[in-house]
Write a protein that binds this ligand. Structure first.
Ligand code: A2P
Length: 360
């Protein structure tokens, strides 16, 4: 069986990588539709060496489509994915719009693939920062339990899209040329104030909530609970987060402090051993030889890299680690294509009867 696939947001930072990851995937593609805004309609991209004309995305773009990979922003997904589901297409959505919907599975294929079995036409790809943290901690959780997470992120500009990568490069050039840097995109598109990222750090990713946390931090807390425990509000794992944008183009880093299940005190070697066996996770942890994960090396790779694993010297059962992954690949496009591969393998590329009504 071969599938008609549409990529929504095909011209963006994640969309272009969805095309590339789909080209390299095991999914048999019969026909491809590359969809974006009217600004890109008529542009030519390629799929498996063949030219494909970009079309403006409208509800009717999904007629006859089996599978949609979407990364065109939350508002676009909110409007168009229910239309796609109504037309019988199964959608893997990289935006945050549907992630907390109880009828939408939120999936990291190495962690909770069985959540796919109960989909209603839309499956959500988790936040990039959440995905790589789940990759590092799920083997720990399975072997030793997991009670608490305190995470600080070091997030690349590309998480805010192609325009943020361009802005970082322009600012760096201006700074080195002794010119004034001008910011229009970061920290958040459409916000009242913008700040340069080059030679700087921005402790704001996404908008602020009333409680003083950013929405990115909120996502890491509740997505972790939904993925690991199946309940976005479960108190069984306590999570808190500080999310920071750093002047790196691609690949996020995270410093994670975590506490394993009560009474367990595995050694760092025991933690590394369970991590090394986990599919998709690569241990790079050799302080004696200065080996540890770095964004510059992780960019372009599907894997998640973990290192600096060490016990908290004063709190038995607590540990620190450092985890890095390409936010556009494992954090977005590859995780989405991997979900699609899993849907194909499980013969789940079909919308259950009556499911479309859940999103209309
Ligand atoms: P376009 O290139 O035509 O603006 P990024 O995350 O890198 O900013 O990319 C966003 C993606 O979402 C782009 O492919 C962009 O297309 C697409 N997009 C933005 N607005 C819309 C819209 N209203 N309908 C369809 N696609 C959209």
């Amino acid at each position: 069986k071969a599938y008609v696939v549409a990529i929504l947001g095909a011209t963006g930072a994640v969309g272009t990588r969805m095309i590339e990851q789909l080209e390299q995937s095991t999914i048999p593609v019969k026909e491809i539709h590359l969809l974006a805004s009217s600004r890109s309609a008529g542009k030519t991209l390629t799929f498996k060496g063949q030219p494909v004309t970009v079309e403006e995305a409208t509800p009717d773009s999904f007629n006859g489509v089996d599978l949609v990979l979407a990364s065109a922003g939350g508002a676009v997904s909110a409007k168009l994915l229910p239309e796609a589901v109504k037309r019988g297409a199964v959608c893997v959505d990289n935006t945050s719009h549907f992630r907390m919907d109880d009828s939408v599975p939120l999936v990291v294929p190495e962690v909770n693939p069985d959540a796919l079995n109960h989909h209603n036409g839309i499956i959500a790809d988790p936040n990039c920062s959440t995905i790589q943290m789940m990759m590092a901690l799920e083997p720990v959780r399975r072997a030793f339990g997991l009670r608490r997470i305190i995470v600080s992120t070091y997030q690349a500009a590309s998480g805010a899209g192609q325009s943020a990568i361009n802005e970082l490069e322009d600012e760096a050039q201006d700074y080195l040329a002794g010119k004034q840097m001008s910011a229009r995109v970061l920290p958040v598109k459409g916000a009242a104030r913008h700040y340069p990222l080059a030679f700087n750090l921005l402790p704001q990713i996404d908008v602020f909530e009333e409680d003083g946390y950013t929405h990115e931090e909120w996502k890491m807390i509740h997505e972790t609970k939904k993925i690991m425990l199946g309940d976005k509000n479960s108190p069984a794992i306590k999570v808190t987060a500080t999310c920071v944008r750093v002047p790196v183009p691609i690949a996020h880093g995270e410093s994670v402090w975590f506490e394993v299940g009560a009474g367990n005190t595995p050694s760092a070697d025991e933690l590394r051993a369970v991590m090394a066996k986990f599919s998709g996770l690569v241990v790079q942890d050799d302080p004696a030889h200065q080996v540890y994960p770095q964004p510059i090396n992780a960019a372009g790779s599907r894997a998640t890299f973990v290192g600096r694993v060490r016990p908290d010297q004063e709190t038995p059962g607590a540990y620190n680690l450092w985890v890095v992954a390409d936010n556009l690949l494992k954090g977005a496009a590859w995780n989405a294509v991997q979900i699609a591969e899993e849907l194909v393998a499980r013969d789940l590329v079909r919308v259950p009867a009556g499911a479309a009504a859940k999103f209309c």
